[in-house]
Design a binder for this molecule. Structure first.
Ligand code: URA
Length: 478
């Protein structure tokens, strides 16, 4: 018997090094004990694993590496051996992973799926409580994952809550962020985590605003939020009260869902929403969108930046401005157009007589894409795939708000709104008809005006003139 020692339950590098050495020595899976942590003394007669440094490297298909990184986080004790068996097979048959009917491939994919689901649950259901410690305010959460996903998920929370001090306690391990460094401690018990505080109130208020009687259907509720999490979630404390009021709202919901079923789309449901509660539940619909967008993984940009920067402004705005993507300052503030380009935009709007507070301002891409240079984060342009992936959100915003006039600020916004590349100079100054009956106008992006060297004054004046025309058009349409 060989013993392969792994540092922790999801020690992918340790597994890979050991597996490489074992595969090179042609050790069959049944002759290996995968041991997490210290080697117990009673494994008498076992041989240590070969030194991985001596093992010849060999390559495996990239999808296998990705699959293995997920599977290793599963709680199934057989995972190390299953992955090793697959690795041996891939050495003989490099395309073995493509056989999706193969029982081993299916089993590994099922394990990876369960891990991904657990990762998503942790992101969605962790709730922080605010506590004071010697260093000031700290946000502490308790979570019980099904699999060994806490270390893998740490990066998400670091990016999401970069400027806060926080701890996530779980039975197996605790992770702590002090604003600069991530550290790890031993597992904890639920009684060590604080309970109840104002952060919860925010969630409760939010949850009450989006509560939907359909959620009373326990099956639907447990599917997305397994019962074991309910006890940790402040909003479930409200469920009783909300159920009591649910029947009264049920009639409204029936009307809304009838309209939705008839059209199959959000637009009619929103229309019904307007009819049932004039001006009413738009805000709840928009808030639900924001929550969904925060968990968006439609493209890899969710791994970038601190947070999703959604649009903002009145939901009955007559003008929707669409920029490219949040910049460094927007990413930190969580609000669009607050950095240098935003300040120039504000100035131009004021000169054009357009009140920004009456407009809805958003971006074609909702995450900040950047390259790191030292401590600086340098803006990098979103590519066509990222723009397309994010069109989903713009379409939702447009369906909800239905602005009579939408303004594309620059080429990325125009590409998102028209679904193809367009030449700004060819479209500038006149409205284009949008499919939803509104008008789309195109102008330059404010950051172009910050960069341009020649004729800066004239370019700025042209931009102000474009905005003035848009303001005038909205008054005409009113
Ligand atoms: N540039 C954009 O396109 N959007 C912002 O929100 C900020 C800068």
């Amino acid at each position: 018997m060989r013993v392969a020692l792994l540092e922790n339950e999801e020690d992918f590098d340790g597994w890979r090094n050991a597996a490489r050495a074992l595969a090179a020595a042609r050790v069959p899976p049944a002759e290996i004990t995968w041991q997490v942590g210290e080697q117990p003394a009673d494994l008498f007669g076992d041989e240590a694993v070969l030194d991985p440094a001596d093992a010849p490297a060999f390559s495996v298909p990239r999808p296998f590496v990705e699959l293995a990184r997920s599977v290793i986080c599963h709680s199934d004790p057989e995972r190390f051996s299953l992955l090793y068996t697959m690795l041996l097979r891939l050495r003989r048959q490099p395309r073995a992973l493509e056989d999706s009917a193969d029982p081993l491939v299916r089993r590994l994919e099922a394990l990876a799926k369960e891990v991904r689901r657990d990762i998503h649950k942790m992101r969605a259901f962790v709730r922080f409580r605010e506590v004071e410690d010697e260093g000031g305010t700290r946000f502490v959460a308790w979570f019980e994952p099904d699999h060994h996903i806490v270390r893998t998920n740490a990066g998400f929370f670091v990016r999401r809550f970069a400027s806060m001090r926080w701890s996530i306690l779980t039975p197996e391990v605790s992770i702590h962020w002090d604003g600069e460094t991530l550290s790890e401690g031993p597992g904890a018990t639920k009684s060590e985590a604080p309970s109840g505080d104002p952060v919860e109130e925010v969630w409760k208020t939010y949850y009450a605003s989006i509560f939907n009687p359909a959620r009373v259907k326990v099956k639907a509720m447990t599917k997305e939020m397994p019962k074991k999490y309910w006890k940790n979630m402040p909003e479930t404390a409200l469920v009783g009260e909300l159920i009591a009021g649910a029947q009264a709202r049920e009639a409204e919901m029936v009307e809304k869902s009838r309209a939705k079923a008839a059209s199959g789309g959000l637009a009619r449901a929103v229309e019904a929403e307007r009819r049932v509660e004039p001006g009413g539940n738009m805000l709840a619909a928009w808030e639900a969108l924001v929550v969904d967008a925060r968990a968006c993984t439609r493209c890899d940009l969710h791994k970038c930046g601190t947070q999703t920067v959604f649009g903002e402004g009145p939901l009955d705005a007559k003008i929707m401005f669409v920029g490219e993507q949040p910049g460094d300052q927007e990413d930190l503030a969580g609000k669009p157009f607050v950095g240098p380009a935003g300040q120039l935009f504000d100035r131009a709007l004021a000169e054009a007589g357009v009140d920004r507070a009456a407009t809805y301002v958003t971006n074609a891409v909702k995450h900040f894409k950047f390259e790191r240079r030292g401590k600086r984060r340098i803006h990098s342009k979103p590519d066509a795939g990222e723009i397309t992936a994010c069109r989903w959100w713009i379409e939702q915003e447009r369906t909800l708000i239905r602005p009579p006039v939408t303004v594309a600020l620059g080429a990325t916004a125009a590409r998102s709104l028209f679904g193809k590349n367009v030449t700004i100079s060819a479209l500038r100054g006149a409205p284009q008809q949008a499919l939803d009956g509104g008008e789309t106008w195109v102008t330059v992006h404010p950051s172009f005006l910050l960069r341009v060297r020649d004729n800066r004054e004239e370019e700025y004046a042209r931009f102000v003139e474009d905005l003035r025309k848009v303001g005038e058009r909205v008054r005409e349409l009113a």
